[in-house]
Design a protein around this ligand. Sequence first.
Ligand code: FES
Length: 312
Amino acid sequence: MDFISSLYYLRVVKSIQFSEYRILDITRLLCNDVTMWDYSDRVKDAFLHPKNVGEIKDADAVGEIGSIICGDALKLYLKIDRETGKITDARFQTFGCASAIASSSALTEMVKGKTLDEALTVTNQDIADVLGGLPDQKMHCSVMGREALEAAIANYRGVPVAKKEEGRVVCKCFDVTEEKIRRVAMDNHLTTVEEITNFTKAGGGCGECIPNIETILQNVWSLKPTEKPSKPKKLTNLHKIALIQEIIETEIRPGLQADNGDVELIDIDGSRVIVALRGMCTGCMMAAVTVKGIQAKLRELVSDDITVEALQ
Ligand code: FES
């Protein structure tokens, strides 16, 4: 379907030179794709009235994802203010279906005015949400947008983005690596091959790679439970102290630090754990809740009798 639509676009709309291929600039024609899928009004509108179409000749960053051979391609251009680090302009060229055009348009609108780090917090789900959702089978368009953004920012920062997607190609029909399947599965909590196909296209061609995708999914999700530490049955005092230290370092501090807060372990007296809140946690209205949360985590993972007190 996408391929037929794309051929249709190429025949009837203005096209431009994109790498060595002739790529669709953008179309204002409503074609089969829109009538065959249950698109939201926002997707239809973004497809019919796309924003930020075209090239930025003196772009500071360019991210190029996909290939015509695999059915979709997106080239994203960014202008970046070097002093503020903010994206001042974003434009795109795409080859694909209505949802690819709508996703690209939405992405460019979402990242304008953001710093690069802020832009990197935009997920493929955010793109789909802004469009009022995408049909399951079209989620790969939002993933392509997110990947083009990553590629453009990596390009600006001089990071070899290819390294990220290195690894064994699992789906030869759509050139999808094991690393990409793992990443998309974890980012979007995907557990079935059908979902992986919707988000990456892998498995949607000859089907030869499906057993491998199943194995990857099993590995991804069977490893998950073992990552979480479980409460030991019996503890010596030394073991208990070591475990409290470890849980605070690995399970508690990263979450607080992500919100610019922190916690320092001051003392352990039997089952009494004395801590000091740091950073944004200091004097925070939610400090008592934070301490309760620390206590709950230590009770869950170390011992039921632990109490946590925070130094004032
Ligand atoms: S190798 Fe994956 S669908 Fe053909």
